[in-house]
Write a protein that binds this ligand. Structure first.
Ligand code: ZN
Length: 342
């Protein structure tokens, strides 16, 4: 099978296309023919060597995979060759105290597909059967690959780690990003009024098309002032945040009394300064959110099948152009998802 492997870290990293033997499934494992794979910021961190975990190279990146079951390991009766599947990228053990209560995103032995083990920028991938999720018949491979990582991350943030009440003000940071574009749609479906941010007119227009009630220009240094203005100086009830760095303190400026910031990423920096006075005086919350649980990815696919959640796809690259897709995501000149089709 053909794979695109990262062989040296860098910006750009070094990629090599290799023909590897087709994988055969061990006990409890499934081999999947990859039909589409989403590219995510996580892949850029892997490429640059910027993850705070040890990664061994060569590694086939790609964690957001949709495909078809090709081969089934011993003892597996739930899956047949030909089944259409999405793969839960946070591989979990299924046995630890957190997995047992359905919180696979904080599994004690969790492993990231495409980081800790070979992922989906290849013709085939082998995963534990418990990582498979059946794809509804009304969802196509590109839609699934565009939503199962970023979309389910947003689902976990808005329906598991926090709650949205009808009429709440929700600020979705980066409305043209994978998480942001899903967050706008999910918050709207839950009855919230949504404000989003974007650094270009095109990105802001996209956020409005996705259902945001208002957008602000994130290149304006006082964009939090605009958010406060839009909410009658009250501030928002919930901020869906995935940027970190200098953006997180600005999110606190947008937050109402009793409000919550939920964060799942730190693409602009992992260390932030935090003023504790407003945090406790206004009884605000800062909530961490990591990956997704099985029920989040199932809900994401069900919502997609029902037309309640639509992916925003920027472009689709053939496997041979995977390095060009990395370069495009790094350039940030992206509107929605980049996908690889082997
Ligand atoms: Zn576990």
């Amino acid at each position: 099978m053909r794979t695109c492997q990262l062989t040296a870290h860098g910006q750009p990293g070094r990629f090599e296309f290799r023909n590897l033997p087709d994988p055969s499934p061990g006990e409890g494992e499934i081999v999947v023919n990859v039909r589409a794979s989403g590219l995510n910021h996580l892949d850029l961190w892997l490429e640059s060597g910027g993850l705070p975990i040890k990664v061994s190279l060569p590694r086939t990146p790609g964690g957001e995979i949709a495909g078809v079951v090709a081969a089934v390991g011993l003892g597996m009766t739930d899956w047949q060759p030909g089944d259409r599947v999405a793969i839960q990228s946070n591989i979990f053990c299924g046995e630890c105290e957190f997995c047992r209560r359905g919180e696979e995103s904080i599994c004690l032995r969790g492993e990231l597909l495409g980081v800790g083990r070979d992922g989906g920028f290849a013709e085939q991938v082998v995963v534990p059967a418990r990582a498979l999720v059946r794809m509804p018949k009304d969802v196509d491979f590109l839609t699934s690959a565009a939503l199962t990582l970023a979309g389910s991350t947003a689902m976990h943030m808005l329906t598991d780690r926090t709650q949205v009440r009808a009429g709440d003000w929700v600020l979705a940071i980066g409305g043209a990003s994978g998480v942001g574009s899903a967050a706008i749609q999910i918050a709207r479906q839950l009855g919230a009024r949504v404000i989003s941010t974007g650094s270009t007119e095109t990105k802001r227009q996209l956020a409005l098309q996705l259902g945001a009630d208002a957008v602000v220009d994130s290149t304006n240094p006082d964009w939090p002032g605009e958010v406060r203005q839009l909410t009658g100086k009250r501030g928002v009830d919930l901020v869906v945040e995935h940027v970190g760095g200098e953006v997180l303190p600005k999110c606190f400026e947008c937050l109402a009394r009793g409000g919550t910031i939920v964060t799942c990423g730190a693409t602009a920096g992992r260390e932030v300064s935090l003023n504790l006075w407003p945090l406790f005086v206004k009884q605000q919350k800062l909530v961490g959110s990591y990956g997704r649980n099985r029920r989040d990815i199932q809900a994401t696919l069900e919502w997609a099948a029902a037309g309640k959640l639509k992916p925003v796809i920027d472009s689709v690259f053939p496997l041979a152009e995977t390095p060009a897709a990395f370069a495009k995501l790094r350039s940030r000149a992206v509107l929605g998802k980049l996908l690889i089709e082997p």
